[in-house]
Design a protein around this ligand. Structure first.
Ligand SMILES: Nc1ncnc2c1ncn2[C@@H]1O[C@H](COP(=O)(O)OS(=O)(=O)O)[C@@H](OP(=O)(O)O)[C@H]1O
Ligand SMILES: Nc1ncnc2c1ncn2[C@@H]1O[C@H](COP(=O)(O)OP(=O)(O)O)[C@@H](O)[C@H]1O
Length: 178
């Protein structure tokens, strides 16, 4: 059996991680490629409902997600993990622990994320109603060595998804898709 790969999407809330990963998922699934998305909201509801957004809680959440992602990838799936993953030490952990790992930086200026405010969280964070909100009251370390950068304020979601698929094709061979 061919081993899978874990594709980690790093980026601010509202940068486009979920949108792009769902687009990649649907294209690969249509091509018959076994794939799973570790959706952030689902994970926080079912795997990490005991955790919040302190430094330690976020680190624990990432460690749990890495465990699940690795299990799925070892069983042949392409695993997409759209999580903010704000700290550089988290990404170092991912790269160390995951056998096959690629990192996509979903890059979008915070001004655009605030403008999008998909879930209405930025407004609350700016008003001080959400403590430790990434980019507002908690740090986001700019990725320094991602395998791919997509700029969602300059490229369409479709263009970004195609770049991710090209990367996966290079790394793991998804020949039928593009
Ligand atoms: N304090 C704080 N900071 C950042 N984000 C917050 C916070 N509180 C709640 N949320 C919502 O939780 C989603 C991020 O969860 P993640 O598991 O991806 O975060 S992390 O990687 O553990 O830092 C994130 O989802 P996305 O918008 O999809 O990124 C937010 O909707
Ligand atoms: N190039 C792009 N890639 C991804 N999303 C985009 C892009 N351009 C605009 N958007 C919009 O930005 C928002 C991103 O939200 P979402 O995917 O939930 O972000 P995240 O999962 O990073 O919090 C969506 O409303 C999406 O339609």
């Amino acid at each position: 059996m061919k081993a899978g790969i874990v594709c980690w999407f790093v980026g601010l809330s509202g940068s486009g991680k979920t949108t792009i990963s769902l687009m990649v998922e649907s294209k690969l699934r249509a091509a018959g490629i076994p794939i799973a998305v570790l959706d952030g909201d689902e994970l926080r509801k079912w795997l990490s409902s005991d955790l919040g957004f302190t430094y330690e809680d976020r680190m624990t959440h990432i460690r749990r997600t890495v465990y699940v992602a690795d299990l799925l990838a070892r069983n042949g799936l392409i695993v997409l993990a759209p999580l903010i993953t704000p700290y550089k030490e988290m990404r170092e952990y991912c790269r160390t622990k995951l056998t096959s790992y690629v990192e996509v930086y979903v890059d979008c200026p915070i001004e655009n994320c605030i403008e999008r405010d998909v879930k209405g969280l930025y407004e609350k964070a700016i008003n001080g109603q959400i403590p430790m909100f990434t980019g507002i009251s908690d740090r986001f370390d700019e990725p320094t060595s991602p395998d791919l950068i997509v700029k969602t304020n300059q490229e369409t979601a479709e263009e970004c998804a195609c770049k991710v698929i090209k990367l996966l094709k290079e790394q793991n061979g998804c020949e039928h898709v593009i």
